[in-house]
Design a protein around this ligand. Structure first.
Ligand SMILES: [Zn+2]
Length: 298
C-alpha cells in the first residue's frame, strides 16, 4: 500500500514539476534573497499571465514553489512543513515499513494537492523530497513568504503500543502537560528560544507579535480538532500546548499536527492507506480554509 502511494506521489511530483515556471527566464529579477515579500509581490503580478505555479528565488535549502489555482491569486500562502527528511528519518513504524519522514511528505503533498484543487489558498512546502532541513530553514520560509499559516506535519511514536490517535500542538510559553513539554524539547533539538535582548523595545514588540500568533495558533488548533472529530481517531485532549521553536519562529499562526502513532498497529495501517489519509487531509484543508476566511489573512 505504501509503495503505491509513493509511486503516485512521484507521478504527482513530475506533474507539478511540469507545471512549475522557472524564474531563470526572469534574468535574476527575483534573485534578492532578503526581499522575500517583494519577490512574492512581484511574482503575483507576473502570475496574472500564468495559469500554473511559480518558482521564487529563495535559498536552495528549502523548496521554493508557490502552488496556486488561478482562482487563488492574491490569497494567503499556507506553508506546509513535512517534518524530518534526509538524514533525520523521524520515527519508524511498528512494522518497520514506514519512516516518519516518508509519511509526513505524503501527507503534505496530498494536502497541497487538495488545497490547490479547492482554490481558496496558495500553498508552499518547506520540502518536496527527501531533504534534510533545520528548524530555522522551515520557519524562515514562512517568514519570507509572509505566510498566513504554518502547518508542520508529523507522526507520533511511543513505547506504549496501544497509544494512538492524532494530536494538534500550538505554541505556548507554558506546556499543557509534561509529555507536551518533553516533546517540544525533543523537537527543538536543544535550540534555545531566543529573541532580542529582554527589556528593549524590539523585544517588547517581538513579544507582542508572538502573543498574537499564540492566540491565533490556538484558535486554528481548536478549529482543526473540531473538523477532525468523528472523522479519524484523536487522542484524549487532542489540543496541546508547548514551546516549539519552529512554531515561534514562523512569524505566522502555526501548529504542529501529529497524524497518529506509527508505533501502533492500527494507526500504522490507517496512515499507510491513501484512502484513509484523505479524511485527514480533508479535515486539515477545511480547517485551513475556515481559518483564513475567518481572519481574512494575507
Ligand atoms: Zn516528528
Amino acid at each position: 500500500m505504501v509503495s503505491t502511494a509513493w509511486r503516485q506521489h512521484a507521478k504527482d511530483r513530475r506533474l507539478w514539476a511540469g507545471a512549475a515556471l522557472s524564474v531563470a527566464a526572469l534574468g535574476g529579477l527575483l534573485s534578492t534573497v532578503g526581499a522575500g515579500r517583494s519577490a512574492v509581490a512581484a511574482s503575483s503580478g507576473f502570475a496574472q499571465a500564468q495559469q500554473a505555479s511559480l518558482t521564487l528565488a529563495l535559498p536552495p535549502a528549502v523548496s521554493n514553489r508557490i502552488y496556486a489555482a488561478p482562482s487563488a491569486r492574491g490569497r494567503p500562502i499556507i506553508v506546509l512543513d513535512a517534518g524530518h527528511g534526509g538524514r533525520d528519518p523521524g520515527a519508524t513504524s511498528v512494522s518497520g515499513a514506514i519512516q516518519e519522514k516518508q509519511l509526513t511528505l505524503a501527507l503534505a503533498a496530498e494536502l497541497r494537492d487538495l488545497l490547490v484543487e479547492r482554490g481558496r489558498v496558495r500553498v508552499a512546502m518547506t520540502r518536496e523530497d527527501d531533504t534534510y532541513l533545520g528548524l530555522e530553514d522551515r520557519a524562515g520560509l514562512a517568514r519570507r513568504l509572509g505566510a498566513g499559516l504554518f502547518v508542520s506535519l508529523h507522526a507520533d511514536s511511543a513505547p506504549n503500543p496501544l497509544a494512538r490517535g492524532a494530536t494538534v500542538y500550538s505554541l505556548s510559553d507554558v506546556a499543557s502537560d509534561a509529555e507536551a513539554a518533553r516533546f517540544a524539547a525533543a523537537q527543538n533539538g536543544g535550540v534555545l528560544l531566543e529573541g532580542p535582548g529582554s527589556g528593549s523595545v524590539p523585544a517588547l514588540l517581538a513579544d507582542l507579535a508572538v502573543r498574537s500568533e499564540m492566540l491565533a495558533s490556538a484558535n486554528f488548533a481548536s478549529r482543526l480538532v473540531g473538523k477532525s472529530a468523528g472523522r479519524f481517531e484523536l487522542r484524549p485532549q487532542p489540543h496541546r500546548f508547548a514551546a516549539f521553536h519552529v512554531l515561534r519562529r514562523a512569524g505566522a499562526p502555526a501548529v504542529l499536527f501529529e497524524a497518529g502513532y506509527i508505533s501502533n498497529v492500527d494507526d500504522e495501517l490507517l496512515l499507510s492507506s491513501a484512502e484513509h489519509r484523505s479524511a485527514m487531509v480533508l479535515a486539515l484543508a477545511q480547517a485551513i480554509e475556515a481559518d483564513v476566511a475567518a481572519r481574512n489573512r494575507r
